[in-house]
Ligand binder design. Structure first.
Ligand code: HEM
Length: 110
């Protein structure tokens, strides 16, 4: 009987901790529309990660490790799937280790 109560207590406290950590982490990642000064790209994946704060909401100075961490945290997409795209992204700007989202535009609208 005591063992049953103890197990019950463990399950409930585990649920509370799990619920609490989920709600606190999602509140850091609410969707916020980009401000006029924020930069966005032609890529809906990267834009979503920035709009939810997994990448800098400014869309500036984004490094490859930041993209890989954001992809796993936000989409559960592993680095092997996107590391090549992330590396190519560096070629879009002049900074050696970071990129701005708007630099990923391949063409300018007419
Ligand atoms: C995080 C995972 C990613 C997801 C889910 C994702 C998703 C997508 C999708 C669905 C498109 C096609 C949009 C369309 O044609 O309407 C796209 C386009 C694009 N993505 Fe991503 N992407 C991801 C990562 C990346 C990375 C790491 C880069 C480079 C740093 C990148 C750069 C681009 C670019 C430049 C385009 C536009 C290509 C074009 O002009 O046709 N994406 N992405």
């Amino acid at each position: 009987m005591n063992l049953l109560k103890f197990s019950l207590l463990l399950s409930v406290s585990g649920w509370v901790v799990a619920t609490d950590s989920t709600s606190s982490s999602s509140s850091n990642h609410v969707w916020i529309a980009p401000k006029a000064t924020d930069l966005r790209s032609p890529c809906p994946g990267l834009n979503t990660l920035a709009n939810h704060g997994y990448l800098p909401r400014s869309g500036r100075s984004i490094s490859i490790p930041m993209i890989l961490e954001a992809a796993i945290d936000g989409f559960n997409i592993g680095s092997d799937a996107i590391i090549q795209a992330a590396k190519f992204g560096l070629l879009s700007g002049d900074a050696p280790t970071t990129m701005d989202l708007d630099a990923l535009k391949l063409t300018q609208p007419n």
